[in-house]
Design a protein around this ligand. Structure first.
Ligand code: ADP
Length: 386
């Protein structure tokens, strides 16, 4: 027989049991008593209000049924434990189903109420956690905003250097174009080679300015990563396809050793290609003064634990020890036409993927950049290879 109809709501407990459940001050939640199986016998008005129901409508319903399906099963298991005498004063974090796919996070504390000569009852305290969850969400949003603000501040600090970096090619373009105009206006016979070389320089400078702009753009827009699962082997072959022409012009051969069975990584393809292209271009630059037959870039990959690493080894002069600490600083460059933004942007991209970018000196004394990325979730448990 169900006790539901015989138990008054106030006082909460039948048969003159002590008013243990009275709330001295308003709690974000309320209390209930239930049969051992979970069927509600009494519910305090604040709890009924929290669930958006009338207290009398709740009585007779198993409390498990008010929760989302998975949480209902968990609470049922806890009730069974308590009914079996394992009352460990546990609480559960659960979600009450409040209709239309919505749910309300709450903590439920359960304990056994023993009554001499009568069936024990369950008593429960429910505390509404939606304020806490909302607070946590607001905190997370605030943290993200602060991160963006601080990168904007960092960007602001970089503004004068950026202006300088972009100004240089623009000034050169102006001077080159003015020289072209003077030559054309002079009325003298046109020196086509001279003009062609001036125009060529204009193009070079414009490309340089565009490069600075492009890198700054990816620096600012990093928070919008669009990830997809891809193997390192596909990533590298895509990058080598993109760089076919420049590798041929620079007479650089590429040797790869990438096991086909490496687990995939979850990355933003465009950003990761940018990182790899940058490492490749730096290697090409570093080997520019070597005899053509010595210009070899070796790309190899391996998998260890939950990380896939790809190394880019060149046979250039490497990075002097004194300069290694500044390698990833924005605008640090040793190239007359460098931007010094390649490695700093690459590092930011890799870190945004939860990975690392490290410099080492390789066996030949050249540079080795090691790009390490976490294995895509779901593949993290696969066996290491290579
Ligand atoms: P940039 O290529 O425009 O100079 P980066 O940030 O990509 O900008 O590189 C910064 C500096 O790091 C380079 O100017 C160079 O001094 C050093 N560097 C990068 N890659 C290599 C490499 N493979 N070998 C030697 N030095 C390198």
């Amino acid at each position: 027989m169900s006790l539901a109809k015989t138990v008054p709501l106030d006082p909460l407990l039948p048969n003159g049991a002590p008013r243990l459940l009275a709330t001295p001050r308003p709690l974000p939640g309320g209390m209930f008593t239930a049969e051992l199986g979970g069927t509600l016998l009494a519910v305090t008005p604040p709890l009924a209000r929290m669930l958006g129901k009338d207290p009398s409508a709740l009585c007779g319903t198993p409390i498990q049924r008010l929760l989302t399906a998975a949480d209902g099963a968990r609470l049922g298991a806890l009730i069974d434990e308590i009914a079996a005498g394992h009352d460990r004063g546990l609480h559960l974090e659960v979600h009450f189903a409040t209709g239309a796919g919505l749910s309300l996070p709450a903590w439920v504390y359960l304990s056994l109420l023993l009554r001499p000569g009568e069936q024990p009852l369950l008593q429960g305290l429910v505390i509404d956690q939606s304020f806490r969850v909302q607070q946590e969400n607001e905190d997370a949003a605030l943290r993200e905003q602060m991160t963006r603000v601080s990168s904007l501040i960092a960007l602001g600090e970089m503004a004068s250097s950026i202006a300088h970096e972009v100004n240089q090619p623009l000034t050169a373009i102006t001077a080159l174009a003015q020289t072209c105009a003077v030559l054309l206006k002079s009325g003298k016979e046109l020196d086509r080679d001279r003009l062609l070389s001036l125009v060529g320089s204009v193009v070079d400078e414009a490309v340089r300015a565009a490069q600075v702009a492009k890198r700054i753009r990816s620096f600012v827009t990093l928070h919008t990563l669009t990830r997809e699962e891809i193997t390192v082997s596909l990533l590298v072959s895509g990058v080598l396809n993109l760089a076919t022409y420049e590798l041929r012009i620079a007479s650089v051969r590429v040797s790869t050793a990438i096991p086909e069975d490496l687990p995939p990584v979850s990355v933003d393809l465009i950003h990761l290609q940018q990182v790899m292209l940058n490492l490749l271009r730096n290697a090409v630059d570093a080997m520019a003064t070597l005899p053509a037959e010595q210009r070899v870039l070796t790309i190899f990959a391996h998998h260890s634990g939950a990380t896939v690493s790809v190394s880019f080894d060149d046979r250039g002069a490497g990075v002097p020890v004194a300069e290694q600490a500044r390698l990833f600083e924005p605008f640090h460059t040793t190239k007359p036409r460098g931007t010094g933004l390649g490695l700093s942007t690459s590092l930011r991209i890799v870190q945004a993927h939860g990975g690392r970018l490290d410099y080492e000196t390789n066996r030949d004394g050249g540079a080795r950049f090691v790009l390490s990325l976490p294995v895509a979730v779901g593949d993290a448990a696969s066996t290491p290879t290579g």
